[in-house]
Structure formats: C-alpha cells, structure tokens
Design a binder for this molecule. Structure first.
Ligand code: NDP
Length: 341
C-alpha cells in the first residue's frame, strides 16, 4: 500500500522531493469501515493549488499528509453495509493505493456508483464527474443566449472540451476555442465542433482571435487567465459575462498566502463594457449535480457529446510527473492515472 505524502510546498513547478512515495500499513477494518483500492486517480490543476498555502476554498494539504485527490476505486474489504465488496466508489481517494472509507466521515465521503455502471468508470472523474459538471455550470451561470459568441480557453481540456460542445447545443452563434497546439486546434474544430480555434503559441494569436470574433465576445468561459484572458477582456461586448472557472496559468506562481503580481491589466474593461465576472466552484453546487449529470448523460446517450481522456499508466508512482502535463498542455481531455486494473 503506497501513498504520496506532501513533504514541502513546491516553489514553481512541482519538483522531485516535494512529494514522497511512502509504504504504508494496510489498515485493520473496524465496524463502519471499508477498504477501497484506487483504480483511477484524477489529476487536476487544483492539485497544484492544494499543495500551496495560498488563500483558497479548501485548507492546504498539511505537510506530511497524503496528497488530496479525486479517484475511482473498488471496495476490496468491508465492514459497512452500504459499501459491499466489489462496489465501485468515487470521491476523495487521495494519492494512495488503498483508502479507508469510514462511514463517520462527514467531509467529502466516498460514494457508491450505480450498478451496472451507466458509463465507463473513468467518465465519473471527467465528463460525468467534476469537470463535466463544471462545464455545465459555467455555461449556465454565464446565461449564454442563442446567437452569442463564446470563447473558451483550454478548449481541448477536460472542462473546456465539454463546455464547447454544450455551448453549441445551447445555440451559441460562434464557439471559439483557444488551445496550445495546431493539432489540438484541429481536433477542436473537426471533432469538438468549435467554429474556430486559436493556437495561443502562435506569434499572431491576438490578431487571429480578433479575426475569429468579428462581433466581439459575449461570453468568456475562462480556464487559464494570464495573457489569454487579458486579451479576451479587450474584446468583450457591452453586457458580456465572464464565467471564471480557472486560471491555470498562475497556479505555479502564487506567493505565500496567494498574492500574485503581474496579472491582468485590462480588468478595467469590465467597467467600460458593463460586463460581469463570476467565479464559481463546482463543489458548492452539489444540489445541481444530478441535473448536470442527467443533461450530460443524455447528450452522451444521444451520441452528441465527445469526450477525450489521457490515461497515464505506471501506477501511483506516475502521478507527480503526470501532473506536469496539465501545465505543459500535453494532455488531451481529462488527465487520469491508472493506479490499478
Ligand atoms: P485541462 O484538461 O484543461 O488541462 C489544463 C490545460 O490548460 C492544459 O492542457 C493546457 O492546454 C492549458 N494551459 C496550461 N497552462 C497554460 C497557460 N499558461 N496558458 C494557456 N493555457 C494553459 O484541465 P481541467 O479541464 O481540469 O481544468 C481547466 C481549468 O478549470 C483549470 O484552470 C482548473 O483549475 C479549472 N477548474 C475549475 C473548477 C471549478 O470548480 N471552478 C473545477 C475544475 C477545473 P493548452 O495545450 O490548450 O494550452
């Protein structure tokens, strides 16, 4: 039973020694406890935030603690009636091979998935999990109207790829993606149904984005922040809405406590264009998970929703290195680590 424990807070990118892979005792089960083997681990941009001590929505992972993370696993031993051996569960597994699931756990308990599973188990960490639900919520909170122009950054990522397709379903006039390579942009247009996709590494990406949004931008589904968002702000229309889902471009560079220098310079455009910006956190919206999952599962069932996954093999030890993919842009769709078969 191996687990990653946080040894120190990373400075910049996660480096060797920030996390340590530790051999742990297999816990003895008491009544009301089950033992879960992690099968798939979700790697999220917010994993990097949790490693830091920035001001955040969750307390930082304490130094010495097992790294926090979502996963899907299988119950391998049980003294809990609601969690029989063989059941598939999802929730906070942490970066570890075996998880003790305690029925007295109040915060983020593991939950049993339906049998038979209506979709592959990986989908519950992506399109039918927190990233798909974030896409649904972000579009809904932006009150996207038919005919409007929406721009989505990290357009081929776990959240962005689903957001783009929902925007299309909701009747957006133009759905424009921003992604990190020509091949991702091709995928965005050919497979995900974006009208155009701009490679943010191209020297003239700003001019390309201007040309792709001749009528300005009504909705920004923002996943990355930084220069990309700053330029989008310059193209907002009057009454535009920014759904602020994430700012991954900054996650490796917060100072202690969360201060950050040298960020957005065009934020004044919110005033000039009487625009609104709304930050949201999927974890606050549990009362709408069922609605979101029903919608997403409906589109999947009708063959109207494509989802990509990048599943890294090599077991739990692969997790820290795989996390870099989110920052280099190597992942297509939801990034997962296969911890066990
Ligand atoms: P993705 O699958 O989208 O992976 C991250 C992608 O971000 C990379 O593939 C890369 O794509 C892009 N990226 C990384 N660094 C930069 C940069 N400096 N500039 C531009 N693009 C960059 O991750 P997720 O879908 O899991 O998450 C997307 C965003 O949504 C994150 O900011 C995350 O924090 C946020 N999020 C928020 C939630 C909430 O409740 N508010 C819930 C879940 C996620 P490319 O190759 O295109 O550059």
């Amino acid at each position: 039973n191996r687990a990653y424990r946080l040894r120190r807070r990373p400075v910049g990118q996660l480096t060797d020694g920030d996390l340590e892979l530790v051999e742990e005792q297999v816990p003895e089960l008491a009544d009301g406890q089950a033992l879960v083997r992690t099968k798939l681990l979700s790697l999220d941009p917010t994993s990097r935030v949790w490693m830091s001590d920035m001001r955040s929505y969750e307390p930082p992972v304490p130094i010495g603690a097992v790294m926090r993370g979502f996963g899907v696993g299988e119950v391998v031993a049980s003294r809990r009636e609601d969690m029989p051996v063989g059941a598939t569960v999802s929730g906070f597994t942490g970066w570890q091979e075996l998880v003790l699931a305690d029925d007295s756990q109040l915060e983020a308990p593991l939950t049993v998935l339906p049998t038979p599973l209506p979709a592959p188990e990986s989908a519950f960490l992506g399109v039918l999990g927190h990233t798909g639900i974030s896409a649904y919520l972000g579009i809904d909170l932006a009150e996207l109207k038919e005919g409007e122009t929406i721009v989505i950054s990290a357009a081929c990522g776990a959240v962005g790829s689903i957001a783009g397709q929902i925007a299309r379903q909701k009747g957006a006039g133009r759905v424009i993606g921003i992604a990190g390579s020509p091949s991702k942009c091709q995928h965005a247009v050919k497979v995900l149904g974006y009208d155009a996709c701009i490679d943010h590494h191209a020297a003239d990406w700003r001019a390309q984005l201007d040309a792709a949004t001749p009528d300005g931008i009504d909705v920004d589904f923002e996943n990355v922040g930084g220069p990309v968002m700053d330029h989008i702000l310059m193209r907002l229309n009057i009454g535009a809405r920014v759904s602020l889902c994430g700012m991954i471009s900054e996650y490796n560079s917060y100072n202690k406590g969360g201060e950050h220098t040298g960020s957005l310079t065009n934020i004044v455009q919110l005033i000039m264009q009487r625009a609104t910006i709304k930050g949201f956190l999927v974890l606050d919206w549990a009362h709408r998970f069922e609605e979101a999952i029903t919608y997403l599962a409906g589109l999947l069932g009708e063959g109207k929703l494509h989802y990509d996954e990048t599943i890294v093999g090599g077991g739990i030890e692969a997790a820290p290195h795989a996390l870099h993919q989110l920052f280099s842009g190597a992942n297509l769709g939801k990034l997962l680590v296969r911890v066990a078969d």
